[in-house]
Design a protein around this ligand. Sequence first.
Ligand code: TRP
Ligand code: ZN
Length: 908
Amino acid sequence: MFKEGSATPTLVKREDYTPPPFWIDTVDLTFDLDPAKTRVLSKMHIRRNADAAADAALRLEGVELNLARVLVNGAGCSFKMDGETLVLDGLPFECDLEIFTTCNPSKNTSLTGLYVSQDTFFTQCEAEGFRRITYFLDRPDVMASYSVTLRADKALYPVLLSNGNLVESGDLPEGKHFAKWIDPHKKPCYLFALVAGKLVAREQRITSRSGKDHLLQVFVRPGDLDKTEHAMNSLMASVAWDEARFNLPLDLERFMIVATSDFNMGAMENKGLNIFNTKYVLANPATATDVDYANIESVVGHEYFHNWTGNRITCRDWFQLSLKEGLTVFRDQEFSQDLCPNPSARAVKRIEDVRVLRQAQFPEDAGPMAHPVRPDQYQEINNFYTVTIYEKGAEVVRMMQSLVGRSGFTKGMAEYFKRHDGQAVTCDDFANAIAAANPGSALQKLLPQFLRWYAQAGTPRVAAKGVYDAAAQTYTLSLTQTCPPTPGQPNKEPFVLPLALGLLNPTTGQDMALQLAHEAQPVHGQRTIVLTQAQEVLQFIGVPTEPVPSLFRGFSAPVILEFDYSEDQLLALLGADNDPFNRWEAAQRLAMQAALNAMHLIASRADSMPSIGHFDTKNFVQSKFVAALREVLRDASLDAAFKELVLTLPSETYIAEQLEAVDPQAIHAVREGMRHALAVALHDDWAATYEANKDTGSYTPDAVQAGRRSLANLALHMLCLGSEGQAREVWHGKAYQRFKDAGNMTDRFGALSALVASRSQHAEPALAKFHSLFQQEALVIDKWFALQAGSSDAGGDILPKVRTLMQHPDFNIKNPNRARSLIFSYCSANPAAFHRADAAGYVFWADQVLALDALNPQVAARLARALDRWKKLAQPYQDAAKHAIERVAAKSDLSSDVREVVSRALAV
Ligand code: TRP
Ligand code: ZN
């Protein structure tokens, strides 16, 4: 039989799209659920697509199914198999088709299709998992009405769920029972779901604005009900927000969320029956951090918002994935911002989102897996659930909103639903609707050029230069945009770039009035200028003194800005810019300059392994930058969350992206050196900051409290790191005490991290105590593994630690959360520990990619991407990394998932 991955990989191309030869109008599914052998009876009514050839064969996809029977209009028929595809020739224009198959959920470690997790059945059908349940036209443009009957042992599987409404249920002989569900909405098969097992639910009845009643349910394992309040609150807030902001109501009587601990991704938006990774549902103050709470809010929102953007209007084909994902990420980002209590918290959320984009998407766009927001080809669609499709896709939607305005965008969304509700459409259809609803807008006028954001991969660079003419009182800003080549795309055309800018008067700290040379009147404060050309010159007149340009405010376009700011200009922006995003950005640039300078010094004396001792602490400590950071810490007008962001140095990954050749050890040495210097130089301010923020009262996850906790935790971290002698004893003692007494996980884990990061003598006892306190809490044990695998390397001691932890009784490579917490935290989130001169990190990586690939190709392929940027590494890392990738690529029976990632890595 055909084995996945053993065939020559086939490339799927966007240009090859053709409509399906048949439609499937209705599907009636009956499941006899049994872990070892589940029987699936599918009765479909099918009809030829009048636009397709009248004699076209019906080709139904199936994977790892046992086929028992095929009936056409109730009678046996002839069929053939083409590999795993079931081919039916000579079908009438319309007919009933009945297919009976069995499958083995208990052996399914891929966590796609129908699988068993902790004695409960779950499904995961996006993108192409439905074909593991029954033979089907497994493509999103085939939308059908579903009715589903579930039959199972009543004692073992008391709860039986599927999409839509429960219409019938009851007992059956031999201790079994059944439930019948009908989904009132047509849907593509990737949105099908079933769940069966021992579950309990938190329930909430709500009445929508329009007066309709709905039942919301969050299903979890017995014992986890006390961790569902926040998810339910987030769900209620999501329902209210979508109605208020976009006039989009809940279209179902019942909306269910079910949590499982075995899940490949974050969550899945199955119609009316969202299935979630427990990580994005379960939270109480004792087990979840503020970051967990915030993630739950945004993922619950994200999946809920898919009900309209994804489910009511879905994708024509998987190349259009960003149609639903980019838009829905944009919507969940807006949702979280709108829940913020003040503008500062909104800015913090924006900075966090941009940080993800720059740390993860920019490297993707510069590496071997670079692809447009709407890709042109793929081998394995699962590999394209990427930060480019999601986060860059969201930035593209955000730019549309800034080009038509917030209310224009709301109108555009209404137009999109008016045109396409119930359809499977393309990214172009979305952009056309937004533009058409806003005649005369920049988006509508520039639409064909704007659409290049969907077609061209790579991060655009904007090089800007400013010249001030004191006599003429003009400021001339020259802007040049370029975009580097990416695989298959050597040349790029200019993008439409919304440039939100202000000119800061460095003496007053105010925005200057902005008047372009051809304009009659100045505009006060910030404005957005739309760039469209490779080169553009903006001349501002009536400029009284040399300004400091504040460009791409709020990160108004996803570009890399190259502007040769002086230290004083950056200090002016950090101190006074009206845009909080660019204040933060100025601090990041100052830190980056300091890091790059230090890196050059280290490189110039490359006689020994770079170490933290090579960092010139004295010079740094006396810099204006450090003085400015002290001012930020002391500034009573700034929020704690914002201070924490400004005082956090750019990550090692982000620093690496700015370099030609990457020496991960040098980056680590410099960044750690800077952190130590900040810890020592600002010691007294850290202490005052800690005291002022350490107590937040009874726990709520709101942005203000969470911000104070994050700043207190950073301060404690710095105090543990930067104290010497007696003071070290004192602060380590305080941290250990806080670890033991903490009233919430944020504070407890913050203290634990500080002890581990500062290599305190209390670290080991604290880790042991933490494990014994939380051994029944899987999500907390994940944190325990992740902290150890991700902590700062000294003398190569992390890899042996990771290898030891792989043998820990709590480690289980089959559970993706656990695998991520140990293996990914080491390979993907701890560069200096992973990139070892002896190549042992890469050997470990290759071993784990291969081990995971035999169990779960989706997860294996994610891990495979840890070496995406191998070409950028300095020697000896580069050769050693290539070697490891080649070893993986040499394996003959790789999954198509891992095969695609490693062959693209080696092709650059
Ligand atoms: N559509 C899901 C989301 O963005 C994510 C998703 C895609 C997924 N493929 C998956 C989830 C496979 C689990 C498994 O919300
Ligand atoms: Zn999504």
